[in-house]
Design a protein around this ligand. Structure first.
Ligand SMILES: N[C@@H](CCC(=O)NCCCC(=O)O)C(=O)O
Length: 266
């Protein structure tokens, strides 16, 4: 039986309503790359109707249900006040209702030894949740490249590999890749400024920007990647290996706690 992986939703306004959703490529990679059952986790329910009271999922209930947590990428940014920075004027795109759940969810997963995997925004929110900070505009930082996609290209062009990362010797990614370098795609305006305490760098871009890390003392799989391994993961050996390793960690947790929580509840 497949392990259950919770996938955190973006919270967006659409046509006068509020929508909690995840881009399909992430759901597909969890289902087929990690071979898990994806379960979408809504962010905080906002008061779109004055009669509704804000409501957030309860962490203990989530961790009874899931064997792993996946944090997908998103065009939105982690709120700067969460790492002690002031917002830009006009403000950059944000998603406070996702932040409301993702930050405690990340800390809760690590405390409980639940496998955790973050991509792009998920990578950035893991660093912030653990006490690190972000550059709000990497492309304005002296000495750094512009890591944003070329918006004039079609989607396949935007997600094509564009730069190398150096994989840390002895790290998880170097072991999975069986190589010291890998060519990756790049679609982010923000990036790590201060790396949070307790994280070990797994990969760096040629300008020195941290592109992947793991939580050093975490008992299980706890990885974050700035690029997009979910994009056509089956075409890339390292992307396939990363999702397979995440799924294997979630499966191990499911076995250790006696099978799928959904089945036990029947
Ligand atoms: N807003 C942040 C996060 C970048 C990110 O997650 N991009 C993904 C966009 C669409 C997707 O493929 O899901 C930044 O710009 O740094």
């Amino acid at each position: 039986m497949r392990p259950v992986i919770g996938v955190i939703c973006d919270v967006k306004a659409s046509g006068g309503h509020v929508v909690h959703g995840v881009t399909e490529k992430y759901i597909y990679a969890v289902a087929n790359g990690a071979e898990a059952l994806p379960v979408l986790l809504p962010g905080t329910v906002s008061a779109v109707d004055a009669a509704m009271k804000p409501e957030r999922l309860v962490l203990d209930e989530i961790f009874e249900l899931v064997d792993g947590i996946f944090l997908p990428g998103s065009p939105s940014n982690v709120a700067p006040h969460l790492y002690g920075d002031a917002p830009y004027e006009p403000p950059l795109p944000s998603d406070p209702h996702r932040d409301d759940l993702s930050i405690p969810l990340i800390r809760g997963a690590i405390e409980r030894g639940v496998p955790l995997f973050g991509v792009c925004r998920g990578f950035q929110e893991m660093n912030v949740a653990l006490g690190g900070s972000l550059f709000q505009k990497v492309y304005e930082q002296p000495g750094h490249f512009d890591h944003r996609e070329d918006a004039s290209l079609d989607i396949a062009g935007q997600y094509a590999p564009v730069h190398d990362v150096a994989l840390e010797p002895g790290g998880l990614l170097e072991g999975l890749a069986g190589a010291p370098r890998w060519k990756v795609n790049s679609l982010h305006g923000q990036g790590i400024n201060q790396l949070a305490p307790g994280l070990t760098v797994e990969a760096r871009a040629e300008d020195g920007l941290v592109e992947a890390f793991r939580v050093t003392e975490a008992p299980g799989f706890t990885l974050a990647i700035q690029w997009h391994p979910e994009w056509r993961f089956w075409d890339d050996r390292l992307s396939s290996a990363v999702f397979a390793a995440f799924g294997a960690a979630a499966r191990l947790r499911a076995e250790r706690r006696g099978g799928r929580a959904l089945k036990a509840a029947q």
